[in-house]
Design a protein around this ligand. Structure first.
Ligand code: SF4
Length: 506
């Protein structure tokens, strides 16, 4: 029997023109995305457009195709441009309009600079009102994502300082030499030594030295050095000043993305421990939906906490009721900040688990295991000796946070049989207690050990960490495409928005 084929004719005429809308399934996720973004007020983005001139593509349409692309692991503006011309879902979202990659890129990096966070919050509020999540109870964590920067483009603050110090030392040596050789001619020349230098003063100084040494018989190496330094030092100092400005108090920066910092990454594919230019991305989640995000230029999570929660407050006009986070956030400053703002801090400190082990509890070298008499303000050492308060001192953390530390000292440790297990110092044992930090840690401990605390501790590893896992592994987002903190913040905003909508349509 002969095979039969279905009728095939590419020139088949339609009675009515086909509609894209009919070709998209009623239940397809693209319809949900379209509906949600249609319901959101995007005036914060629209306000970034200046009136007059030629017409612009609809920001709502561009936002829809960008978010849909991020949901489908497409981050390149050129690929989005192709999809808008070839893929029926993108064509439907764009209403058959065809913005090119420059338009898409300009919209992403400029128009979304202000307004994306507001749109993100409005979507979160929609979910909150629908009972999908509770924005008042958040779980916070951070991850590092590689910047779009060359890995050999680092500038270290320490190297800049050392270079400046060397130039300063050498200019003083040259000045001293000139003084020795031409003491008479230089009697009235000021200054005679330098404490600080800049490109202008170094040029003046070298010229001054050259002027007095020009007719002198001096070592030819000194003459050669003077010629060389006149050419190179002002330029080197100019570069140092420019890098210092870029670093703005940080310890490192990248020449290709000056806002990025060099950080040791967990994902070290080369296994060589090399530092990489990256950003620290912090998120807060509830029900695995991102409630807040922020970008930071520090390696540690501790110092990001206050800034991150303040950005939450700007978004939702109030502080969350409770925050759960790992020991990376358990600092005096963060506990105090949470207390001052009536936030329940289910935040561990770095020895929270260890102190529950009997080995730790029996360790007499730990000051937390010593008995404190509040009335007399003294500690009792394991031999029963009173350790009296010998004064207080102020400590300033790396973040500039002031702490008051009380010092207690034992009276006589000579010949004590417990000495080896008690302390290592040659003198009588001295302990330093930050009473305020201790009180706050105890407060955190009682929250963490409560039934509610146990529930939150169990839930924490499946909250923000799952979101990061999804974005890095399933969505294959491991490196930023854009450069600069502001643009990187847009990228994470789009990722967070796409992640939230994916969760909703899943
Ligand atoms: S070494 Fe000093 S502080 Fe420690 S138990 Fe002995 S007396 Fe007390």
């Amino acid at each position: 029997m002969r095979p039969k084929f279905k009728y095939y004719n590419q020139s088949q005429a339609f009675l009515l023109p086909p509609s894209l809308d009919e070709m998209i399934k009623e239940t397809h996720p693209v319809r949900t995305i379209n509906k949600i973004i249609d319901e959101i007020d995007i005036s914060d983005i629209e306000n970034n457009y200046i009136g007059g001139g030629a017409t612009s593509y609809s920001p709502r349409m561009l936002l829809k195709i960008l978010v849909y692309a991020y949901m489908n692991n497409v981050y390149s503006s050129r690929r989005i441009e192709n999809l808008v011309q070839e893929n029926i879902h993108y064509m439907w979202l764009s209403g058959m309009q065809k913005p090119d990659h420059n338009t898409i890129n300009r919209f992403r990096s400029k128009r979304l600079a202000s307004g994306l966070k507001e749109v993100f919050s409005k979507v979160v509020m929609l979910f909150h009102e629908a009972g999908i999540l509770d924005i008042k109870d958040i779980y916070t964590d951070g991850t590092k994502i590689e910047a779009n920067a060359n890995k050999y483009s680092f500038v270290w603050g320490k190297n800049i300082r050392t270079r400046k110090e060397k130039i300063l030392q050498q200019v003083n040596e040259l000045w001293k030499y000139a003084l020795q050789v031409s003491a008479e001619e230089m009697r009235d020349v000021r200054p005679q030594s330098y404490e600080e230098i800049n490109p202008e003063s170094i040029t003046e100084t070298i010229e001054e030295i050259n002027k007095v040494l020009v007719k002198k018989k001096i070592d030819k190496n000194v003459r050669a050095k003077l010629t060389k330094v006149k050419k190179t030092w002002p330029e080197q100092l100019r570069k140092c000043q420019a890098y210092e400005k870029l670093m703005n108090g940080r310890n490192s920066c990248s020449k290709t993305d000056p806002d990025a910092v060099f950080i040791r990454m967990k994902e070290d594919r080369m296994q060589n421990g090399q530092l990489k230019a990256a950003y620290n991305w912090q998120i807060s989640t509830n029900n695995q939906i991102v409630v807040n995000y922020s970008i930071h230029q520090t390696a540690g999570d501790t110092s990001t906490f206050v800034e991150h929660i303040e950005s939450y407050k700007r978004q939702y006009r109030e502080y969350p009721d409770s925050i759960t986070a790992d020991a990376g956030y358990g600092s005096h400053e963060n506990y105090k900040y949470a207390e001052d703002n009536n936030i329940e801090a289910y935040i561990k400190y770095n020895y929270f688990h260890k102190e529950q082990q009997s080995k730790w509890q029996k360790d007499i070298s730990k000051s937390d295991n010593l008995y404190y008499n509040e009335e007399q303000d003294c500690y009792y050492c394991p031999m029963g000796q009173a350790m009296e308060n010998i004064g207080e001192k102020e400590k300033i953390t790396l973040n500039g946070y002031k702490q008051i530390v009380s010092r207690y000292k034992a009276q006589n440790c000579v010949g004590c049989p417990l000495r080896a297990a008690c302390h290592e110092g040659a003198d009588n044992r001295t302990i330093e207690i930050n009473k305020e930090a201790k009180r706050l840690r105890e407060q955190a401990k009682s929250l963490l050990m409560s039934p509610e605390g146990l529930k939150k501790r169990k839930r924490r590893p499946i909250e923000p960490e799952t979101v990061f896992g999804n974005i890095k592994h399933n969505k294959q987002f491991r490196r930023f495409l854009l450069r600069g903190k502001e643009k990187v913040e847009i990228e994470v905003g789009l990722l967070a928005l796409a992640h939230n909508l994916s969760k909703f349509v899943a």
